[in-house]
Design a protein around this ligand. Sequence first.
Ligand code: GLA
Length: 746
Amino acid sequence: MPEGVDQFYHLRNTTVSLVVDCRGSQPAIAYFGTKLANVSESMIEHLDRHEAPASLPGEPAITLSPTHGMGYLGCPGLAVRRGRQQWQISPQLVACETSELELRFISLCERLSIEITHCLRLDGETGVLALTTTLKNADPTTPLSVDQCLITVPIQDHLSEACELTGRWGYELQQNRFQLPNSSLVRENRAGRTSHHRHPSLRLLSENTTLGSGDALDIQIAWSGNHTIRVEQLADGRRVMQAGELLEVGELELGPGGYYTSPECLLCFSDNGSNGLSQWWHRFIRKACGGHFGSAYGNPDTIQVDTVNSQTVHCDTIHDGASDGAISVSSQETRPVQLNTWEACYFDVNEATVLELIDEAADLGIERFVLDDGWFRGRNNDRTSLGDWQVDEGKFPSGLSPVAAYCHERGLEFGLWVEPEMVSADSDLYRAHPDWVLGFSNGPLIEARNQLVLDLSREEVTEYLFESISALMDEISISYVKWDMNRDIHQMENAGGHRAVHRQTTALYALMARVRDRFPHVAIESCASGGGRVDMGVLRYASRFWPSDTNDALDRIAVQRGFLSILPPELMGSHVGPSPCHLTGRQHTMNLRAGVALWGHMGVEADIRALNKADRLTLEAAISLHKQHRHLLHSGRYVEHEQSAQQVAWSVVSDDQGEALSAVAMLHTPTTAFPKRMRFRGLDGSKQYQVQVVWPQDLSEKQADFRERLKSQCFGGDWLQQAGLALPIMQPESMLIFHLAVVKHS
Ligand code: GLA
């Protein structure tokens, strides 16, 4: 044990404990879970087991970065090499720097000249623990290849089930719960962006964990490139979880003195089931949004140039709370209801149409107008013009400034869609710089959605993009940018012949940071063909996500539940789409479409000029209901209720439990005459509540009677949660929204 390093460390906040065992050569997490009163060395020693047959005399520790040389036979947390040699890393812990909520372990592998820093930072109030690993190549002459750098965490035996967020374009963030295998679960994303299919998160649960009770552990990787999450059962029965950036062989090489910090892995523990986890995440993110995100996150903007092969190497250094890592300011403000032109007119935008839409939007109470794709030179379809970020003069002869000015005149903000990372083969930019794209020297370029990916690791490319975006923002009064990215990166080779996803991702972050810092008043939305870039990494630059291109209200309920399991409602773009839905062809009433959309950062994405009178009135009422309650929706505690295949329900409850908005949705044709009772969640059992039906406005006769009867009755919070509220008959694909307020006795 080196001098100055203790046998173990115990960090805790009001809710969780972290115990790190330092008896071996490397730090290992001994425990992360419900807060413990005290821990002793001998208690930790009792976790050690006797020798198993045909095994090592002592079980190898599951350290933060285990390797084979240490006796560990699972997947190595760390894989490095110099050429084909020097891969047997054997680090020794040499120092530990501690503060109340942070541990920094420094280890050295003298033979290989590598320094490793493991940083573990516990949030002050929630169950969130942030972990990073920094590798430094301390050799003065030889480069070091990094093939793998995964944070490794032991998993307690009772966490035997997993729930992943998976899906596809138009149906993202679907929750899928399953039993963990006795072998390995490997979730790898090679899409070059966060992906629709494999969200960089995983939830582990015990068999008995429910929405409201039992142990639950989440991991989220704050990264928008390729990633790996593995859960492996070792031969001795122990389970480990590993997570980090997925590095292809040769992708990351550190020059002499160069270093790499892994993307932050955020663990979150709750013993209050899945709802407990969601509430921790929401609180953690809100705190980060409202204060110094950088104090919870590494500084992503420090880019170090590796002198060996001119790769830029991502190197998060520990941040002192300055503004670099701060989330966009607008996340703290009231979020304006917006109109987006995409499903209203697709590429067919022009000044006359847009001015009409602005008028209609203003009349409906909409507060921001977002001009989606189709506004720039020659962009009449998705086969052309990406990269030519100048306003199309045919469509907007006087440019977009008068459009923005008209928005302001009608009381709306103005926002614009861009897709900076892409170029169309049919564009002036590509004709001038065909060498600016990522490709594959051994075959033809693959186009997806008729577009190619710009190589952001070239300085001239990001310079061009920054200048183009700045020129637009300098000229036009813009308060919001929808930053899109509409294809996977299949061919990841850059001009130097290197694999590019790592550098592409860090260069994207650097570009977004530049834009954010130059235009701090502009909110950025992260979109990638819908929900292809919803992650904690891009959240340093963006303050809204577009979770899915589907506006189908039923599918949206499922997408939104997945989203809200890890991210708060105010970050969730949710739009009222047209009927029939353009993606699914399904028809839904305006009551359902608007009733579902009002739970996030609400918007409308339909041709509002074509609405019939009844739908227009309904939409106007929904917007007004959203505005009336958006403070609650964007600050309260989200909680899901018990559910069945047909019926789902959820609430957002104010922090003081004085108020709540609750919804119940009948997804399919009910198999029984009546819905299940609504057993509310999150209320104060000792208080009396007045319950009102606030949506929809036009109810069936029986439902209207039900609404009337509720008016004269107060309910105990305990009654509402235990006995529940009997519901009136509901049609399939319909919903009811309740407002609950504590009755104040004078
Ligand atoms: C992506 C987005 C859509 C829309 C289109 C425009 O598909 O997800 O919302 O912006 O691009 O081309």
